[in-house]
Design a protein around this ligand. Structure first.
Ligand SMILES: [Cu+2]
Length: 145
């Protein structure tokens, strides 16, 4: 009987620990940032870390921004001879419990036809479209890296 009680106490402690750790829920977006764009009309890029805290797969399927004429999800790839190329991707799948890093040289939010100057120190708003979670809006500081 004592052992069962002990096991029950341990289980309760474990459950409490789990509940405490899962303060993060749904889809979270961290470390969002956007490159400076000193002149309008050019292109920019946004980066971030997206984590799926849900129990179901989800996917980033697009993005929008009030300061760009067109926004796409892109992937940069190394080509032969040390050149870089990029292309639009329809979706970035994020498995339950997994994170996806959008960073220079990899996935990024491509901001085309920037309509206002983005200076270092500014903060801009990006809206990310997820297949299941819907829209998630984030504040992204403008910085060099
Ligand atoms: Cu791009």
């Amino acid at each position: 009987m004592k052992q069962i009680l002990l096991a029950a106490t341990l289980l309760a402690l474990l459950l409490a620990a789990c509940t405490g750790a899962s303060a993060e829920e749904g889809i979270t977006v961290e470390d969002a940032w956007v490159r400076p764009a000193p002149v309008t009309g050019g292109n920019g890029a946004g980066y971030m870390v997206i984590t799926n805290h849900t129990g179901e797969p989800d996917a980033l399927i697009g993005a929008s921004a009030g300061f760009a004429e067109m926004v796409e999800v892109h992937e940069s790839v190394h080509m032969e001879g040390d050149t870089m190329s990029m292309h639009a991707v329809e979706r970035i799948d994020i498995a339950p419990g997994e994170s996806v890093r959008l960073e220079p040289g990899s996935y990024h939010i491509m901001l085309m036809g920037i309509t206002e100057e983005l200076q270092e120190g500014d903060t801009v708003e990006l809206t990310l479209h997820f297949e299941t979670a819907g829209d998630v809006t984030v504040q992204a500081p403008v910085r060099e890296q």
